[in-house]
Design a protein around this ligand. Structure first.
Ligand code: NAD
Ligand code: WQD
Length: 338
């Protein structure tokens, strides 16, 4: 079976391609290299021994998307990672995000509507919940007003898919709401490659530890949590990747009562910023230079997943620990800075 992976040279997409190939799927990667490089294709090939088909293409170009589906008529499913994902940038440049994240989604769905049968997996985010009213967060938690245009593109994206599925019996879709993906593949052939100043905690930690950054700013320790810092559900990117294979198999078996479903993908455990720092210091055997500073606007106090639905319906659960993920992130940072 041929699976189209958009954004497949990105952080999460590349790890999913490895797991798809390990499961015997044939993969076509589409990526415009706006936030990745062709080296990732070599990394994937070194891990699996199988070079995915690669098409350099910008999914904002409607004709290019249509030609892609004419070329690969036997695409059985699409896993859609391609998007812009920097929250802060989305506030500064909302139209870039609405154009890139929504137009590409619409053009792909228009092509899938033409097929006899189509399977679609969407990269969503726990950001759709905002600050949930209760924890752990279940899929029935209300969707809160988005805190950023980026978060809004995920909410609107899910609505677009839901409305399309309602009128497209040929389409089966799943949205996976990722919590906080971190870490890298054990082979150290692929991992997270943040461009510029990292927005996320773990790449900032590893870049501080290796000396690229002077110190980590901890955004607030006056939150109503045990140690005053925010709590998140950090999931190893390889566990997250395996959840995509489980979701694809769910679509293939076609036993769902609905043709649009959604799942929280996390570990089910929350960790505070200071706990992450402490765990990192253990795995790296070095003290991390950090300073408590003011809160970051838009941060929610705590978010961690209730994973029961993914466990029971997808038959998937996270197996790797925070320690495993931080250790792999640290090894990856050391490798790419050699
Ligand atoms: P990434 O930036 O590493 O990967 C995205 C890939 O898509 C990149 O390789 C980029 O070049 C490509 N791309 C972007 N726009 C494109 C376009 N118009 N045409 C073709 N290719 C395009 O990001 P990631 O962390 O791997 O995230 C993948 C998906 O998961 C995104 O949709 C993101 O919103 C979502 N997500 C990420 C996180 C996270 O913390 N990383 C959390 C929740 C959801
Ligand atoms: C985690 C915690 C920060 C950096 C974001 C997006 C979300 C998704 C995942 C795309 C928070 C603290 C961070 C730093 C810090 N991305 N922190 N110093 O904010 O939970 O989620 O990435 O979909 O949409 O919102 O992740 O890693 O930025 O922050 O203290 O230099 O670490 O305050 O509590 P977040 P994060």
């Amino acid at each position: 079976m041929k699976i189209l992976v958009t954004g497949g040279l990105g952080f999460i997409g590349s790890h999913v391609v490895v797991e798809l190939q390990n499961e015997g799927f044939e993969v076509v990667i589409v990526d415009n290299l706006s936030n990745s490089t062709l080296d990732v294709l070599d990394g994937i090939t070194k891990i699996t021994g199988k070079k995915p088909i690669f098409e350099k293409l910008d999914l904002r170009e409607k004709n290019a998307v249509s030609n892609l589906f004419s070329t690969y008529k036997d695409i059985y499913g699409v896993i859609h990672f391609a998007a812009s994902k920097a929250v802060g940038e989305s506030v500064e440049n909302p139209l870039l995000y609405y154009e890139n994240n929504l137009n590409s989604l619409i053009y792909i769905l228009q092509e899938l509507q033409k097929k006899d049968k189509a399977h679609f997996i969407f990269s969503s985010s726990c950001t759709v919940y905002g600050q949930a009213d209760s924890l752990p967060i279940t899929e029935s938690a209300p969707i809160k007003p988005a805190e950023s245009p980026y978060g809004n593109t995920k909410q609107i994206g899910e609505e677009i898919i839901k409305d399309t599925c309602r009128v497209s019996d040929n389409l089966q879709a799943i949205a996976l709401r990722y919590f906080n993906p971190i870490g890298s593949h054990e082979s150290l052939q692929i991992g997270e490659l943040p461009t510029g100043t990292p927005q996320n905690l773990v790449p900032f930690i590893t870049q501080t530890a290796i000396g690229l950054r002077e110190k980590l700013a901890v955004f607030g320790n006056d939150y109503p949590t045990e140690d005053g810092t925010c709590i998140r559900d950090y999931i190893h990117v390889v566990d997250l990747a395996k959840a995509h294979v489980a979701a694809l198999k769910r679509l293939i078996e076609n036993k769902s009562a609905t043709n649009f479903d959604y799942f929280n993908i996390g570990t089910g455990t929350g960790s505070s910023v200071l706990e992450v720092i402490k765990t990192f210091e253990e795995v790296s055997d070095q003290k991390l230079n950090y300073q408590i500073v003011a809160r970051r606007e838009g941060d929610v106090i705590a978010a961690y997943a209730d994973t029961e639905k993914a466990n029971n319906v997808l038959g998937w659960q996270a197996k790797l620990s925070l320690k495993d993920a931080l250790s792999s992130a640290w090894q990856w940072e050391q490798k790419i800075r050699k």
